[in-house]
Design a protein around this ligand. Structure first.
Ligand SMILES: Cc1cc2nc3c(=O)[nH]c(=O)nc-3n(C[C@H](O)[C@H](O)[C@H](O)COP(=O)(O)OP(=O)(O)OC[C@H]3O[C@@H](n4cnc5c(N)ncnc54)[C@H](O)[C@@H]3O)c2cc1C
Length: 405
């Protein structure tokens, strides 16, 4: 054994072998590890390599909780009512039967860290970034980290795969938010404000997203859908204005910040030639095209993938959505991109459907045929007709990942 170059004199460089290596201990990597660990002594030996030295409360995961959602026990807050607004036009959606629910990342990371620490067959190796790309040697995958070489029969790569860039998604959903605490009551914790639209500028669709957790505490976020991904610096001014609007004269403290850039409508992800290696996570097809939401989809994938691995089968990619969902998402995104000024009207029309459970099921991947029909009837047909050919039959160059620069 040679000494580890990152910690000379402390420990020899590692040469470990396991059944499974998971690269990246974020949402997808930890979710899969939790499902594997739940199988006790049947669990294949598994190592998760995570670059961070510790977890922080870096995000919140929201979804509609119809009672069948995964990890419901980690939910911190549920909203029985959501609103959407554009100027004077505001609609309130009573969703108490399928509330909008939120898991703070710190709850999930703590649950995963504690559970995995109690599991002999799974090791969570923190502060161990993967260097470069894995290579197959002698029937095993070899992965280099700053502590040495790790070897495994199967590899699940859950690292972010690509830098967000114009053309790699139809639209990018960029958001920047502050969780704030006010010195006076400013919020209604019974109502989540899903989309409070600002006037469209520079072909961007911008809205306020606000999750009040108590009368004095809320996550206030500015979200922009646009062909270009945006950083926190691009959104900071708008966020400050939104917060001022919400809290008025009362002073407030910023408890934490969160920022994200999610793809909306990416090219399909293919399995590589070797079935023992998959790329997964939000940047590898894990997110729903029309919303960017991924948390519950990742949980469902983790369940299915763990079942395959326990049975000795190769790991699974994220499954593709049914044809009708893909077609409707692609068409909707094309229309949003071509007509950003019409976005508020379209989103409000969708949530104004007589039975709001239809749009909630559609967004949660549980739509039935009648839901698809109600959604199509709620939208202005002439706006969509012109985009149908490009959405359903994109030019070959677009299929390869150039989604319209
Ligand atoms: C701020 C924010 C809020 C979101 N809110 C929602 C929401 O409300 N609802 C929803 O459904 N989805 C939401 N999402 C989308 C999605 O659910 C999350 O992005 C989710 O965390 C994606 O999981 P992942 O495993 O693909 O990526 P991540 O959770 O980001 O995990 C990737 C991991 O890989 C690690 N890594 C990177 N490089 C290396 C390396 N070289 N070696 C080892 N490890 C490495 C990272 O440290 C990280 O832990 C949100 C995303 C963000 C960013």
């Amino acid at each position: 054994m040679v000494p580890c170059s990152a910690c000379p004199g402390l420990k020899p460089a590692m040469q470990t072998e396991s059944d499974i290596l998971i690269l990246g201990g974020g949402c997808a990597g930890l979710s899969l590890a939790l499902r594997l660990a739940a199988n006790g002594s049947n669990c294949p030996s598994t190592i998760i390599l995570e670059s961070r030295s510790h977890y922080s409360n870096d995000r919140t995961w929201c979804f509609w909780d119809d009672g069948s959602a995964h990890l419901r026990e980690l939910v911190q807050h549920r909203w029985p009512m959501v609103t959407l607004a554009h100027g004077e036009h505001r609609i309130s959606v009573d969703c108490h039967t399928i509330p909008y629910a939120m898991i703070p990342a710190e709850n999930f990371y703590a649950h995963a860290s504690v559970t995995l620490a109690e599991t002999a067959r799974v090791t969570l190796a923190m502060n161990e970034p993967v260097i470069g790309e894995p290579r197959k040697e002698g029937g095993l995958w070899r992965v280099e980290t700053r502590c040495g070489s790790r070897w495994a029969k199967r590899l699940i790569d859950a690292r972010p795969q690509r830098m967000p860039e114009r053309g790699a998604a139809v639209l990018w959903q960029s958001f920047y938010g502050h969780e704030i605490h006010c010195d006076a009551d400013c919020f209604d914790p019974g109502v989540a404000r899903l989309m409070d639209f600002s006037p469209s500028k520079n072909r961007r669709i911008a809205f306020l997203y606000m999750l009040p957790i108590s009368p004095r505490r809320a996550l206030v976020e500015v979200t922009v859908l646009a062909p270009d991904p945006l950083g926190p610096e691009d959104l900071a001014e708008e966020l400050a204005a939104f917060i001022r609007q919400q809290v008025g004269e009362s002073s407030h403290a910023v408890l934490r910040a969160e920022h994200g850039v999610l793809p909306m409508g990416q090219a399909a992800f293919d399995r590589g030639a070797d079935v023992s290696h998959v790329r997964v996570g939000v940047a590898a097809g894990g997110a729903r095209a029309a919303s960017g939401f991924a948390f519950q989809r990742i949980q469902r994938w983790a369940n299915a993938c763990a079942t395959e691995l326990i049975a000795g089968q190769p790991p699974l990619l994220h499954p593709s959505d049914p044809w009708i969902t893909r077609a409707m998402d692609a068409l909707f995104l094309r229309v949003l991109r071509a007509h950003p000024k019409r976005a508020p009207e379209l989103f409000l029309a969708l949530f104004a459907i007589q039975d709001p459970r239809r749009i909630i099921r559609f967004m949660s991947d549980h739509a039935v045929m009648a839901d698809y029909a109600a959604i199509i009837l709620a939208l202005p047909p002439w706006l969509f007709l012109g985009e149908i050919p490009q959405a359903l039959w994109p030019r070959p160059s677009l299929r390869k990942g150039d989604l319209g620069k």
